[in-house]
Design a binder for this molecule. Structure first.
Ligand SMILES: CC(C)(COP(=O)(O)OP(=O)(O)OC[C@H]1O[C@@H](n2cnc3c(N)ncnc32)[C@H](O)[C@@H]1OP(=O)(O)O)[C@@H](O)C(=O)NCCC(=O)NCCS
Length: 292
């Protein structure tokens, strides 16, 4: 029996989390370079954050969240959301043993239908050969993503001034910065991020910007009105980073990230793509993998 594609309900979310974890763990194991450490399963904290975020999508964008189900249970899932004129794909996975059998494409078609009135679209793609084939067929331009990892050289960190803790009072400012960078505010997603993550803000007479640090202390999202402010915020996040730092989701339009991270002693790698429709890579901007 071929799977049925139906809307995701709140009670599906813990099962969807398992499907996504299976899909990405198998992908990480398959794509891992020989010298890279073995991939790890999601931690309990990471699972809880994933579930909270997906419940947020199901609540605000029920028309953008879908599952594929057959007599064995859930075999695939896709979550997406609309913010103003922008449609974003948050997560998309099919169980490893069921991939390449035509389950993923109708799932993505259902999610994309929800964004059919949007003029722009964003997604952060894995390097999975099937995923990139499907995204390109769906009209996405694929922009390679870089990431930087390593131990931050503390002595390289400059004195960072004009950065403060942020709060919900900064939401309008952040939405304005989002609109300038990607054409749409994060809107309700700022509420989610403010509940889950730490916010740093820089707001001076010459420029403004913000950066979120995730539950692991890593940079989760950064937007700024100019490069100088973006650089200041990135140094501030590296100053707060755990011993093993990672800065991900860097596009070629954001060479300033390389300048800062290489000066901090991190190593440069490449992984996945920023998929875009109807827009150019945002800059100065470091997107989030799910909230874009
Ligand atoms: C990406 C994913 C959701 C797609 O779901 P799926 O059920 O595998 O996709 P489908 O079977 O509907 O379509 C796969 C396409 O790739 C092709 N394909 C199948 N096996 C392939 C392979 N090994 N290499 C390249 N292409 C392949 C299929 O022919 C089909 O393309 P076509 O219709 O033009 O012929 C799924 O593969 C997955 O979960 N991957 C791991 C997690 C991941 O990368 N998710 C996306 C994150 S952004």
């Amino acid at each position: 029996m071929s799977p049925v594609i139906r809307p995701m309900r709140p009670e599906d979310v813990p099962v969807a989390e398992r499907v996504s974890d299976e899909g990405f763990f198998e992908l990480d194991s398959r794509m891992r370079p020989a010298d890279a450490p073995a991939p790890e399963r999601r931690s309990d904290t990471h699972r809880a954050v994933w579930i909270q975020r997906t419940l947020h999508f199901v609540h605000h964008d029920p028309g953008g969240c879908w599952v594929a189900e057959d007599e064995t249970g859930m075999v695939g899932m896709a979550t997406s959301f609309r913010r103003e004129t922008l449609w974003c794909l948050a997560t998309y996975a099919v169980l490893p043993g069921r991939q390449g059998q035509g389950i993923g494409k109708p799932l993505l078609a259902a999610a994309m239908d929800y964004g059919s009135a949007c003029t722009r679209a964003m997604l952060s793609a894995s390097s999975d050969t099937k995923a990139v084939r499907i995204y390109r067929q769906a009209g996405f331009d694929l922009h390679p993503q870089m990431y930087l990892t390593g131990v931050v050289h503390r002595s390289a960190i400059p004195v960072v001034e004009k950065v403060r803790e942020g709060s919900a009072a900064d939401t309008d400012l952040m939405d304005s910065l989002d609109r300038a960078a990607r054409g749409a505010g994060h809107g309700v997603d700022h509420g989610l991020m403010l509940r889950t993550w730490r916010l740093l803000v820089s707001d001076t007479s010459t420029g403004a910007g913000y950066a979120y640090l995730d539950e692991r202390g890593r940079l989760a999202l950064l937007a700024a009105s100019n490069r100088r402010t973006a650089v200041r915020l990135l140094w501030a996040t590296l100053a707060e980073a755990p011993e093993q730092a990672t800065v991900g989701h860097v596009t070629a339009a954001n060479q300033w990230v390389l300048d800062v991270c290489l000066a901090a002693g991190l190593r440069l790698h490449q992984e996945g793509y920023l998929g875009l429709r109807g827009m150019k890579p945002p800059a100065p901007y470091v997107h989030n993998g799910a909230l874009l």
